[in-house]
Design a protein around this ligand. Structure first.
Ligand code: AMP
Length: 224
């Protein structure tokens, strides 16, 4: 067993990265570090950093590497004696290289879901705009069709969840992620997990992580 497990998790939009990450933290003693969450919390608290990054995040542009690298290095510095998985970082090859010189990443977990499946899945996605709660008519439907479980308010579909828009986002993702995947492949630490759903991918990830860490809870592969 290694001392501390440090990894990045990579996956296309709507590939189930959030679901897999939340299962990882439920079953293993691992901290989930999300670059997007850190940026959003700084923005909502109007910190110096929050004010600096707002202009990029609000337009959907990448925050400059220099800012991102110092932010993530600080965050990971606080987690020296912890296991962690980093989500949303790296977004550029420069970020991947810098991270690798600063932190001993053991593995890059790469979730691969066929793009046509993602497009189908996103078609069924409905969100509650105010809270950000996400439903899927097929996998996790609301109790009442079209209504949020907690508030009973209407659910909406996002314009960028339309099939053409999703395909475009996926193409942009492939172009930007390829240099990062190449980087980790050359280092010999890229680990691919393929499947159509998170339920298919999760047991593969779980069994892989067991090589590095003792689970907090045993995952019953028969039931799930
Ligand atoms: P996310 O929640 O990961 O989709 O991130 C939301 C937004 O935060 C992105 O659209 C970017 O503006 C910014 N962001 C998050 N992570 C990074 C990163 N590693 N590099 C640059 N910008 C980032």
């Amino acid at each position: 067993m290694i001392k501390f497990f440090k990894a990045v998790i990579i996956g296309a939009p709507a590939s189930g990265k959030g679901t897999i990450s939340s299962r990882i933290i439920n079953y293993f003693d691992v901290k989930h570090v999300s670059s997007g969450d850190i940026l959003r919390s700084n923005m909502s608290m109007n910190t110096d950093l929050g004010l600096k990054v707002k202009q990029y995040v609000n337009k959907g542009h990448l925050v400059p590497d220099e800012l991102m690298i110092s932010l993530i290095s600080n965050e990971l510095g606080l987690l020296k004696n912890n296991n962690w998985i980093l989500d949303g970082f790296p977004r550029t090859k420069e970020q991947a290289e810098e991270l690798f010189t600063k932190e001993p990443i053991y593995v890059a977990l790469n979730l691969i879901v066929p793009f046509e499946i993602i497009v189908e899945r996103v078609k069924g996605r409905w969100i509650h705009e105010r809270s950000g709660r996400v439903y899927n008519t097929e996998y996790s439907p609301p109790k009442v069709t079209g209504k949020d479980d907690v508030t009973g308010e209407d659910l909406i579909q996002r314009p960028d969840d339309q099939p053409e828009a999703v395909m475009k986002r996926l193409e942009i993702y492939s172009e930007s992620i390829n240099p990062i995947l190449d980087f980790y492949r050359k280092k010999g630490i890229l680990k691919d997990f393929r499947g159509k759903t998170s339920n298919e991918i999760w047991p593969l990830v779980y069994n892989f992580l067991k090589n590095y860490m003792t689970p907090k809870a045993e995952f019953n592969q028969q039931i799930n």
